[in-house]
Every structure is written in C-alpha cells, then in structure tokens.
Design a protein around this ligand. Structure first.
Ligand SMILES: [Zn+2]
Length: 552
C-alpha cells in the first residue's frame, strides 16, 4: 500500500511540475536568470533594461544565456505546446550522488531536463523547436536528452515539420558516462534519418555549445545559425589548458571565429533571430512549383546601369576587345545580376571544413517566387576589397562551400543558379595545400549528377577550371561581352609562343567569345550586357527543366 501511495505521490508531484512548466510565463515576472551586471563589461542595468533589450548588453552586445521559457517566448508565436513525455529520473550506471544533483536541477529550473521540445509556429511557420537549458546540469547530453531529440525528430518526420534546436551545453553528462557518449551516435543517426526523409533541421548554437553536443547534433544542421560571441568548441578552453597546457588566442572558439572557419552559416543578433528563422522556414515550406514573374517584372526585363542608356552595339569588336570588356571593373557584376533577377536573398556561409571564402557567395533566394539556391563569384568593388577577394580568384573552400550548398539544393529540390566572373581559381600555396584540383574535380562530377535544374550565367571572365567548377550546368548563358577560356590569353601566348605580346592573336585563335561558345555548342544562349530578355529566358528555361527533370 505504501508503495502505491509513494508512486501516486510521485506522479502528482510530476504533474504539478509539468503544470508549472506548461503555464505560459506571466508578463512582468522576472525570469529565472536575473543579471544586474554584464558578465563581459561589468556594466550594470536594471532587470527592466535587460528584459527590454532581450538580455543583450546595451553596452557591449554580450548575449546572455537564457532560460528555456525566456527563449521560447522570444522565438515562438503565442500558442505552443510541450511535446515531451514527462522526465523521470534514471541512473543508468548507478552513479553516486546523481539523483540529488538531478533533483536540484529539476526543482530549480523552469525545465524538467536539459532539453525541452515544443510544437508551434514562428511567425506562422509551423515547426518543432527544442531549447537546451545550461542551468540544468550544464545542458549536458544525458539519456533523456538523447531520447527527447530522437522522438521529436520522429514526430517531425510523421508530421512533415521542420526541427530547430537551440543548443547550449557543456557536452556529455559525466554522471551517465559511456551511456552519455552513446547518445552522440544515437542522435546523429536520428538526424541523418530525418534529413534523408526530406526534413529540414536547423541548429542555433547558443552560448556555450561544446563537447559531445558540438560533436553531434549541433554541427549537423542543414543550416547552422549562432548568436554573436557564442562560445563554440569541441574541447573547451579549460580542457585544452589542463590537457596540453596551451593558452588559446583571443577570440578563438567564438561564433565569429567559427564563421570565418566555415563551420556556421550565419551569426544572427538576438533581436533578428525570430525573423531570420521564419524566413528560412518559409523558403523551405514554399508550395510554388515554377518561376512566375509578374507582367510588370517582365515588361521591365532590362538592367540599366546609371551611366548606360541602352545596350551598346559591339559588332565590330575584336576578340581581345571583348576580353578587355569582360575584365572592365565597371562592368555589371554577378551580384548585380542576382539582385536584378531575385528577391529575398539570404546568404549562407562556410564549407564546414576549413573556411568561408567570400570570393564565392551562396545561399537562398526567390526567383519569380520560386525558392532557388544561388552561387556567384565576386571580384570586389574597390582596391581594398579586390585585394581581399584575390581579384575574384576563389580558394578550394569556396568551391567546397558551393558544393555543400548545391547538395542542400538537391535535397530540397531547389533549382540552382550560378553566376560567374572569375579569372580562374587562385594559384598559390594555400590552394595547393588544401587540394584545389580535388575541389574542382569533385564539383565537376557532383554538378553533372544533379537531379535538380541548373543554369549558369557567365557575366564577364570565365577562366579555366575555376570557372567550369561552377558551370557544369544543364544550360549555360553568356553575356555578349563575356569570355570563356582554357586559360588567360596572356598565359596562352606565353605557353604556345613564349611571347606575351601576341595576346591579341591568342585571343582570336583561342575562340573565347560568347559567339564562339555558341557556335562550339558550349553556350546555349547569349544576352546583351544590359540583360534584355534574361528574366524571361531564365523563367522559361528553369520551368522547362523542372518539367523534364521531374518526369525522369
Ligand atoms: Zn556588457
């Protein structure tokens, strides 16, 4: 009998806990984590100032850690429901003292484990959202955390919902030892299964995301976002210091550092996070199946630069004149072409291996209402940016980023548009060390196998392997003064005749103009430099390819 009453009491206590958890936060109620002074700059603010500022320091932009409830109320539309089974303490390896620690966390936080999942909407976009709580045993990855992630992904697959997880964790749960380590493989497998079934999985790494969480589900997002200043690491600074006695450089393992290293797509300010997530969800939730420009958009199917009244007539130009035009710094840039054709442009960064090469830019956009993946090269607008961008010569990480984004496009059935103006891939030690040849080769094979429609537009120079690595598309368009070459005409003259002054002759003999490419069946269509007719042609071509490729 006593056993029965004990069980019953436990159940009632749990229900009480859940009721408390599931009651929406009362307005004006001071959240669990009250800070008066900023842990970074030590400046003090009233709780009201912190709350009004979304717990971001007005002085130094430090993004403070949030309780589960505070985070959910910032991100979710008003009505959301908790979907987890109630947590029940377990001690898989009978670790001494674990229960007491767990109960203390249970009683003193607004969550009943280190992760809590809800189902709801973000600006009317339906989704499942998980939020981790660093106040609950440092947000460590225990077996209940693992099981909750797996069951949420299963539910999301059944209900065809995207999943977003805000990670915040010290890593594995020491009190569960090897059982915690096993969660890393279970949750990673579950993420893979969910993604193979077509699910969109976004992670938002918040401060701190470390250890076994970084080394599993946090790093597996189709898209990975983070907040400014977030600590992201596998081995945290203290572990590194204690293990190999190495002091880390300033700014190491921050979101900003990781973005440069190509491991996160975007750093988003807290005030912009809800909108950014909603835009990404909307882009993946689009019901549109073809490119549809409005009549007004098609009537103005021409791009005019302020100093350019109409398309120039270029019939008498020599091949080398075209080369010079293709290289003109004032020429229309791939970025301008993208902005002319597309709206809702969202940049996504990083190759997830080494770095983010800004010479190649990519992400999501809508083209006549249809979500697409775009990739373009850039040379820079002034001397400083040109030097920074190696005058438009990408590194291997740029091509690997492009491939990563194209793979995502294929997963979600998005057409791909590449816009190219590059003298070629960057020749240098870094490029060779990081496998430029391999990076290009992979792109050639990968692009040739894509099942999603692809179009490339060459706007200026398209030099050698560095250009073809983005141009193995179903259709290739060129602007009338663009050129496509096996190497620069100067290089060609030097190699063949050991005489760089023969560059004009080389230009003619190489056959490099858009007209040559059309005759040689390398290019499918040529457009004037003012882009007349490009919108219509892109729409028609993508729509035709969509129809053909869906039939296959
Ligand atoms: Zn501060």
């Amino acid at each position: 009998m006593r056993v029965f009453f004990n069980k019953r009491r436990n159940k009632l206590e749990k229900m009480d806990k859940l009721t408390r958890l599931r009651t929406p936060a009362k307005k004006k109620k001071i959240p669990v984590n009250v800070f008066t002074s900023c842990p970074k700059c030590a400046k003090s603010f009233t709780p009201q100032v912190w709350s009004d500022n979304l717990y971001v320091c007005p002085e130094c932009n430090k993004h403070l850690r949030l309780s589960v409830k505070t985070r959910l109320n910032m991100i979710m539309d008003a009505e959301y429901e908790f979907i987890d089974e109630p947590s029940e303490f377990r001690n898989p390896i009978n670790f001494p003292g674990y229960e007491e620690k767990w109960r203390t966390a249970y009683d003193n936080t607004d969550s009943d484990e280190a992760i809590v999942f809800v189902k709801g909407n973000i600006y009317e976009q339906p989704c499942i959202v998980g939020v981790m709580d660093t106040n609950f045993l440092m947000g460590s990855l225990g077996s209940i955390v693992g099981e909750r992630i797996i069951s949420s992904l299963t539910l999301a697959t059944e209900e065809k919902l995207p999943v977003i997880i805000f990670t915040a964790s010290g890593g594995a749960r020491m009190q569960e030892a090897i059982i915690s380590l096993m969660q890393m493989r279970y949750v990673s497998a579950a993420v893979g299964k969910f993604q193979r079934a077509g699910g969109l999985y976004i992670t938002v790494m918040t401060d701190p995301t470390t250890g076994g969480v970084t080394a599993s589900y946090a790093s597996l997002g189709n898209i990975i976002l983070t907040e400014p200043g977030t600590l992201i690491a596998f081995a945290g600074p203290r572990v590194i210091r204690d293990t190999i006695k190495q002091e880390l450089p300033e700014g190491f393992q921050t979101a900003e550092h990781l973005e440069k290293r190509g491991f996160v797509d975007r750093i988003i300010e807290r005030k912009d996070m809800k909108k950014a997530l909603a835009e990404l969800l909307k882009m993946h939730n689009s019901k549109q199946v073809k490119v549809e420009f409005s009549e007004v958009e098609l009537q103005t199917d021409v791009f005019l630069k302020s100093d350019q009244k109409s398309a120039e007539k270029n019939t008498n130009l020599t091949a080398f004149d075209r080369v010079k035009k293709a290289r003109d710094p004032d020429r229309i840039s791939p970025k301008q072409v993208l902005e002319y054709l597309c709206s809702d442009i969202i940049e996504l960064r990083g190759d997830r291996l080494y770095g983010d090469d800004q010479t190649i830019v990519g992400g999501l956009a809508t083209l006549g209402g249809l979500p697409i993946t775009y990739i373009y090269t850039q040379k820079g607008d002034d001397l400083e940016s040109r030097i920074k961008l190696n005058f438009g010569m990408p590194h291997p990480e740029g091509y690997r980023k492009a491939r990563r984004l194209m793979k995502e496009a294929e997963n979600f059935g998005r057409p791909i548009l590449t816009i190219i103006d590059t003298p070629g891939a960057y020749p240098g030690i870094g490029s060779e060390n990081r496998g430029m040849g391999e990076a290009i080769a992979q792109n050639l094979r990968f692009m040739s196998d894509l099942k999603t429609p692809t179009i490339a537009i060459i706007t200026g120079e398209a030099g050698s392997g560095g250009a073809i690595a983005l141009a193995c598309t179903d259709k290739l368009f060129m602007l009338e003064n663009a050129v496509y070459t096996i190497l620069s005409p100067e290089g060609f003259a030097t190699i063949l005749w050991k005489d760089v002054s023969k560059v004009e002759e080389a230009s003619t003999n190489m056959r490099l103009t858009a007209e040559d490419m059309y005759e040689l069946k390398v290019c499918d269509q040529i457009f004037p430099d003012d882009l007349t007719g490009l919108k219509q042609a892109i729409a028609n071509t993508f729509n035709q390819l969509l129809e053909e490729k869906t039939k296959q």
